[in-house]
Design a protein around this ligand. Structure first.
Ligand code: IPE
Ligand code: IPE
Ligand code: MG
Length: 250
């Protein structure tokens, strides 16, 4: 990008061989491995989650500086309620504190906050904190940052079907476009790059509709240790893929 002043993240990206004009528009991250990170250090799992929060803060900033337009992160799945009550409570409290503490910085950085998930089943104080974030940042024009809380891909599709059925739609009028239009954030484009930390090779019910053609990048690095280097590795790997969407390249 000749003539434009590059920030330090973009300069690092260029050094990593990244083409700044071909970035993934939407990056989604399955932030995994907090518990293992803590355990391997003899720490309580919640300390791993706390460390993961610090990682998220810097990854959001780095993604924004790099020029990513949409970042979606999996903070708590619809299935994570199966964990022990103190871990669930600790996570809810941590997400709420993060949402409140980071709001001012996110707003200053022109971040637009969104959520994905069944908000009705999230503790009221957390829901209020998230709604406050959405309200405050709704007119911002920078990176769109979506926090998936109490999110399940199947639940999202079920919710979409319920909405569609409620409108009395005829079966022949049900199309992929219609289903997509009833998902939680229909205005957000599908993820181009899906990153998972801590080595598991699975989707764990994350964005299963939207990620149908996402490029998957799995790193063994756990979420608390994920940094700019790994983010750039993911983007570089993405740029080496050939996306075909079922067609042929030539
Ligand atoms: C990811 O870390 C955070 C959440 C799922 C909330 P984990 O807590 O799943 O960490 P591991 O997989 O046990 O290491
Ligand atoms: C996925 O991680 C959910 C989040 C990162 C919030 P999990 O740790 O819950 O996934 P599984 O249980 O290993 O599939
Ligand atoms: Mg896990």
């Amino acid at each position: 990008m000749p003539g434009t002043q590059l920030n330090s993240v973009q300069t690092a990206a260029l050094s990593a061989g990244i083409d700044l004009d071909a970035l993934p528009t939407h990056v989604a991250i399955i932030m995994d491995g907090n518990g293992r990170w803590a355990k391997s250090r003899g720490l309580a799992r919640l300390l791993g989650h706390r460390e993961g929060y610090k990682t998220l803060r810097s990854v959001l900033l780095n993604a924004s500086e790099l020029g990513i337009k949409y970042l979606t992160v999996y903070a708590f799945s619809a299935e994570n309620w199966r964990r022990p009550k103190d871990e669930v409570d600790g996570l809810m409290a941590l997400i709420e504190r993060a949402a409140r503490d980071e709001l001012r910085v996110m707003h200053r950085n022109n971040v637009k906050v969104r959520v994905a998930g069944r908000m009705d089943d999230v503790p009221t104080s957390l829901r209020n904190a998230l709604e406050d974030g959405i309200q405050t940042t709704q007119h911002n024009t920078g990176i769109v940052f979506t926090l998936a809380v109490n999110y399940g891909g199947r639940a999202e599709i079920v919710d979409a079907i319920r909405d569609i059925v409620a409108t009395g739609t005829e079966p022949e009028d049900v199309t992929e476009e219609l289903v997509a239009a009833h998902l939680y954030n229909p205005d957000i484009p599908d993820p181009d790059l899906m990153i998972r930390t801590a080595g598991e090779m699975r989707w764990s019910n994350f964005l299963i509709w939207q990620a149908a053609y996402a490029e998957l990048f799995v790193t063994d690095v756990s979420w608390p240790e994920f940094g700019l280097k790994q983010l750039l590795s993911g983007v570089a790997a993405f740029q080496h893929r050939t996306r075909k969407f079922g067609g042929l390249t030539e």
